[in-house]
Design a protein around this ligand. Structure first.
Ligand code: HEM
Length: 395
């Protein structure tokens, strides 16, 4: 380690910092472009410009050695690596197929299936009175509409997909008691998810079955297709549930912003981006150097893990202004790193955006106020940031 790198003994994965990461993020960002985390013996990057620089340079900062702390070129994982943990040229073919399935045209056609369920669910919640914004809304909506879009059977979704996603994202953070707990809760779900990726279990015309069409055309292998369907099922649900919950909380805390949306529901799409910037669901992940390199004066020999914090970068005042710590739907949040950047930038983001647009536009048409009705429970996870419970009411 170069002697000029500021060193920190703080643990960003402690309960305290996961509950409120921003004071530590401010200190890490202020200290320099690269900092050293003593507990994990790893270099970390928290500023927007440098996170972006690394994400844009996929040749030097690779994903194929894993986007968690383990070096998958040296150690094995409990599951074969998917698209997220491959580099070109293998990544290129997989990405072309998945990007083709999740095309703007294909995604637009999903709206007709999403809207009726949003209407039904929101009408029900309005008449219920008090409900939980996570378990009654944020989970219920994507479990139904996203599961239907991929084309998997409805039974078993709720029991398997959420725990599987949480287990999957947990491996991108450190080992230890918290990770063990998410692995324990996810036991058995990987086998269920893999069984759902088989062609015969996927509804004709759904996103999952369309992936298999790329095998028929010789563009990906029969081994890659299940990995791509798995990628959708493991990366697409928890993240969206959390994004919906975080947006609800931002709006509950800022009734003046909700009033603007109610007056003009076209603002929903700006509110979604601002909420993703403000509380990024996927807070941190790794890259690994493919060659000896020097990054902002810091020597990083080949095989060095670098920990990126998009959640901190998205609060960087140098990129988003001195009020980056505030939720303001009229700011320009575009270009945030909540979906990553570069060749691995989230391929599923049009689906999440559509789900959130349908849901919050439906809410804007029904709810004049959003009211908290009790204390919220934060969701403590090493890489995902959200809520486990949001007691609330819409009037
Ligand atoms: C709010 C919701 C979501 C968030 C915050 C999110 C976040 C991210 C981020 C940050 C990355 C890049 C990670 C990296 O560079 O290492 C990523 C990649 C990915 N996401 Fe998402 N995601 C979301 C929803 C979805 C959905 C709905 C799907 C389902 C199709 C999905 C599938 C994927 C896949 C397959 C990749 C890997 C892409 C590649 O390696 O080329 N995500 N996501």
């Amino acid at each position: 380690m170069g002697s000029t790198v500021p060193s920190f003994s703080d643990d960003p994965y402690s309960d305290e910092h996961l509950t409120d990461p921003y004071p530590l993020f401010d200190r890490l960002r202020s200290a320099g472009p690269v900092v050293w985390l003593e507990k994990y013996q790893v270099h970390a990057v928290t500023r927007f410009a440098e996170c972006r620089e690394i994400l844009d340079d996929h040749r030097t900062f690779i994903s194929g050695a894993g986007v968690g702390p383990k070096n998958l070129h040296r150690e094995s994982s409990w599951r074969p690596p998917g698209i997220l943990e491959t580099d070109p040229p293998v990544h290129t073919a997989m990405r072309t197929a998945l990007g083709g399935v999740i095309s703007p045209r294909g995604v637009r056609s999903l709206r007709a299936g999403f809207e009726p369920f949003a209407d039904e669910l929101l009408d029900r919640l309005r008449s219920t009175g008090e409900f939980d914004g996570v378990t009654d809304l944020a989970e219920v909506f994507p479990l139904r509409v996203f599961g239907d879009a991929v084309g998997i059977p409805r039974p078993g979704r709720a029991e398997n997909l959420l725990a599987h996603g949480a287990m999957n994202f947990s491996q991108f953070g450190p080992e230890g008691a918290r990770n063990d707990e998410y692995l324990r809760r996810g036991e058995g779900t990987h086998a269920w998810v893999m069984s759902m990726t088989a062609r015969e279990n996927l509804a004709p015309g759904g996103l999952g079955e369309q992936v298999w069409g790329y095998v028929d055309r010789g563009e990906i292998s029969a081994e890659q297709a299940p990995l791509l369907v798995r990628a959708m099922l493991s990366a697409g649900l928890d993240t969206t549930v959390i994004a919906i919950g975080n947006t609800l909380v931002a709006l509950l805390n800022h009734p003046e912003e909700w009033e603007k949306i109610r007056q003009d529901p076209r603002l929903v799409k700006f509110a979604i981006d601002e909420a993703l910037r403000f509380e990024s669901p996927f807070q941190s992940f790794f890259r690994t150097t493919s060659v000896d390199t020097v990054f902002h004066g810091v020597d990083l020999p080949v095989g060095t893990k670098v920990l990126l914090f998009p959640g901190a970068a998205n609060r960087d005042p140098d990129r988003f202004g001195p009020d980056a710590h505030l939720f303001r739907i009229d700011r320009s949040a575009a270009g945030h790193l909540a979906f990553g950047m570069g060749i691995h930038q989230c391929v599923g983001q049009p689906i999440t955006r559509l789900e959130m647009d349908v849901l919050f536009t439906g809410l804007a048409g029904r709810a004049s106020t959003l009211e908290p009705t009790g204390p919220r429970i934060p969701y403590l996870h090493n890489t995902l940031r959200g809520w486990s419970s949001i007691p609330m009411r819409i009037t």
